[in-house]
Design a binder for this molecule. Structure first.
Ligand code: FE2
Length: 428
């Protein structure tokens, strides 16, 4: 494993002119580093050097399948699930791997080096499970991939989901998932949360549940998720994903709920691009945004991450694996436009999801994995604004992707000759 020094870095916490020594895949030193003979150096030119982007919520089995076998005409979550159901019998092991690997190429190019993907376990063949386990192994040198056993058609509602979920865990899937709001009744939803948390507790696994992804304010499975987390001693090990019903809930009830979520140390993963797109589809006007209560959760000390969820699949016709696009949308939908709120939104696609996923040795401290990205921006706020070039992506101290600095040459009279958007950072 070769060594590397990054010079003249600006860090997310504001420190400037920092040098980082990468040795044997770890950060051996950070601050002032003397030149070492034979060690390659990168000049970050004062640009932001950040720990890599982390996506705590994705569906890699469905990604890049847009249009197969047809497009989602209504734009709803339910048509997306039905469409995925049409595609499932036609999937092949090779095609799932090929799409997943192509997505991973896109992710690496943008400094996205850790992803938690859900995998549908309702197909008795477990074809997607086997394919993504193979992908996890293939991409291990570049990306940390966590896989969640996800009963897309309902843990109780889909005939073999309970059996298949256990088979998937035996095969090596990392995390227990669920979808209580899609079960036949509220009671079955509640029972599914209990059963799935018990499986996780018994096997020592983490939990990440699609929870209350609906506009129905009476979808309150997150309350049960917090209760079961607390009852089974799973504090800090459980994620509630989406939680969109909280957008529409009664304020008094939410004031009780937030305290219960904080007590259980639940992590929350809303998905701004997808929530703003799929929710509110049954409304006329005003149309609800559908994203959960991000600033309020944050004020309660709940760890919140922004996930990408979907890229070019039955639920979402856009996306490019860029977590800065996700953060940018998060700023808008959660209205977190203060300087401090903007900086927090950067954490929501880096350190917060790393914490939710229990990633080991993540960050820019001495001893951490030498994983980082150099961005053509001066600070995290500018990174969210510009979604700039990822000049260098470094994994375990090795450059795994490189993009040239974007500078536009102007042909205007009496004006500067070049424009670099990163030079427009405000002084505040
Ligand atoms: Fe999802």
């Amino acid at each position: 494993m070769s060594d590397l020094i990054i010079r003249n870095a600006t860090l997310p916490d504001g420190r400037t002119r920092v040098s980082i020594l990468c040795r044997k895949g770890r950060i051996a030193d950070i601050g002032t580093v003397p030149a070492i003979e034979g060690v390659k150096e990168i000049d970050a030119k004062g640009y932001l050097v950040s720990p890599p982007f982390v996506d705590a919520h994705f569906h890699m089995d469905a990604t890049l399948s847009l249009g197969q076998p047809r497009l989602n005409e209504s734009g709803t979550l339910l048509e997306g699930i039905a469409l995925w159901g049409e595609l499932k019998p036609r999937l092949t092991h090779e095609a799932v791997i090929e799409r997943a690997l192509r997505y991973c190429d896109l992710a690496v190019a943008q400094g996205l080096l850790a992803i938690r993907t859900h995998v549908d376990i309702c197909d008795d063949r477990l074809l997607c499970v086997e394919a993504l386990l193979e992908v996890r192994q293939k991409i291990a040198p570049y990306i940390d991939l966590q896989i969640v056993a996800f009963p897309q058609d309902g843990y109780f509602r889909s005939p073999n989901a309970a059996k298949n979920l256990k088979r998937a865990l035996v095969l090596g899937v990392d995390v227990v998932g669920g979808i209580p709001h899609f079960e036949r009744t509220m009671e079955e939803g509640t029972a599914s949360v209990k059963a799935l948390c018990e499986i996780a507790a018994k096997r020592g696994l983490l939990v990440d549940m699609h929870c209350d992804e609906t506009d129905d304010p009476l979808s309150r499975h997150v309350e049960t998720l917090a209760y079961e987390t607390h009852r089974l001693g799973l504090e800090g090990r459980v994620v509630g994903s989406h939680l969109t019903s909280m957008h529409s809930m009664d304020n008094y009830y939410v004031s009780k709920l937030l305290a219960l979520m904080a007590e259980a140390q639940l992590h929350a993963t809303p998905n701004p691009l997808i929530n703003i797109t799929l929710q509110g589809r049954h409304d006329t006007y005003p149309k609800r945004r559908g994203m959960t209560r991000v600033p309020e959760m944050r004020n309660y000390g709940i760890n919140v991450s922004f996930g990408h969820d979907c890229v070019l699949d039955p639920w979402y016709p856009l996306g490019q694996g860029d977590m800065l696009e996700v953060a940018n949308m998060g700023v808008h939908v959660a209205q977190m436009t203060s300087r401090e709120g903007l900086r927090w939104c950067y954490d929501a696609v880096t350190v917060n999801p790393a914490k939710a996923m229990h990633l080991e040795a993540y960050g820019l401290d001495k001893g951490c994995h030498a994983d980082m990205v150099v961005l053509q921006a001066k600070d995290p706020i500018e990174a969210i604004r510009l979604k700039p070039a990822r000049l260098w992506v470094i994994r375990r101290g090795k450059v795994v992707a490189e993009t040239p600095e974007k500078v536009t040459h102007l042909h205007l009279e009496e004006r500067p000759k070049t424009v670099n958007a990163a030079d427009y950072a405000p002084k505040c």
